[in-house]
Design a protein around this ligand. Structure first.
Ligand SMILES: Nc1ncnc2c1ncn2[C@@H]1O[C@H](COP(=O)(O)OP(=O)(O)OP(=O)(O)O)[C@@H](O)[C@H]1O
Ligand SMILES: [Mg+2]
Length: 175
């Protein structure tokens, strides 16, 4: 079951760190008046993590707590969920799953200028090269709701936001 009684669509914006999820989701929220939920920020605000992963240098999020926190909003609809993973969200939550993709050299520069280096940088670049997030999305959601979008330059963002805004406007609730 792809959708419940929600009157507005839920969109997941996924992709390797640095591919532009937050930038895109934020502009899309402005254009559509949907609610932008940055899962990373939510996890920090509400302490929805179990600890710190030394190898990957990131919080270990508690997936059950995140899903509990989001359930009511997702049921209501009208959300843009911004997260670099998608395998622990219920399939029924989303009407569209966007996977942003960025050229390796562009992503390398973005992540380096953010201070990423060593294993953390290499892991993220490999994640992008092997299209890990796109494969994950295709495994977890019906193929017809998963869409890959290139996000290298400013023109890409405008085009992607326009396409997704049009999609959101024409979305119809299940009858
Ligand atoms: N299309 C684009 N053109 C130029 N710069 C971009 C573009 N998209 C994103 N950026 C820049 O790349 C950096 C990463 O973008 P952003 O923070 O949106 O990525 P993210 O996917 O949310 O990353 P994270 O997973 O770490 O939260 C930012 O500095 C942003 O300004
Ligand atoms: Mg982000």
């Amino acid at each position: 079951m792809a959708q419940s009684s929600r009157k507005k669509p839920n969109i997941l914006v996924s992709g390797t760190p640095g591919t532009g999820k937050t930038t895109t989701a934020s502009l899309l929220a402005d254009a559509t008046q949907l609610r932008h939920i940055n899962v990373g920020d939510l996890v920090k605000e509400k302490n929805l993590y179990d600890g710190w992963d030394d190898e990957f240098e990131c919080h270990i999020i508690n997936e059950d707590l995140v899903c509990d926190e989001l359930e009511d909003m997702m049921e209501e609809g009208g959300n843009i969920v911004d997260y670099h993973g998608c395998d622990f969200f219920p399939e029924r939550w989303f009407d569209r799953v966007v996977v942003l993709q960025t050229d390796n050299s562009v992503l390398y520069d973005r992540l380096s200028s953010r201070g990423y280096m060593g294993t953390k940088l290499t892991n993220n670049i490999e994640c992008e090269i092997f299209q890990v997030l796109l494969e994950e999305a295709k495994t977890c959601y019906p193929e017809d709701i998963v869409v890959a979008m290139q996000n290298d330059c400013v023109d890409d963002i405008s085009r992607n936001v326009t396409i997704l805004t049009e999609w959101a406007r024409s979305w119809q609730p299940a009858t």
